[in-house]
Design a protein around this ligand. Structure first.
Ligand SMILES: [Zn+2]
Length: 97
């Protein structure tokens, strides 16, 4: 489900873009004087309604993609870790406590 109020029509190219990102992602038109102002505006918008607390400034698809990417990196690191440090500790090691 997409939140329509998180999108806005770009005054320059007329295409929908993320409302709280400082630049239009279609044409690069500067929607906000700075990303700090865009973030501040988003905070005000979000705090105006508790149901928006979970909303993200960024495109939900980008967030999901980022999570999948992170998951992949973590999985890759763990697999590499197992390969680099194979379990070869002798069982007798436990007796020295
Ligand atoms: Zn635009």
């Amino acid at each position: 489900m997409t939140n329509p109020s998180l999108s806005v029509e770009c005054p320059h190219c007329g295409l929908l873009t993320a409302r709280f990102i400082d630049h239009c992602r279609n044409c690069g038109y500067k929607l906000w004087p700075s990303s700090v102002m865009a973030a501040a505006a988003f905070k005000v918008w979000r705090d105006a309604d508790p149901s928006r607390a979970m909303a993200s400034r960024f495109d939900p698809l980008l967030v999901v993609g980022g999570l999948i990417f992170l998951y992949g990196v973590v999985g890759w690191v763990l697999v590499e870790d197992v390969r680099m440090y194979p379990v070869e500790t002798p069982p007798t090691e436990e007796a020295h406590h």
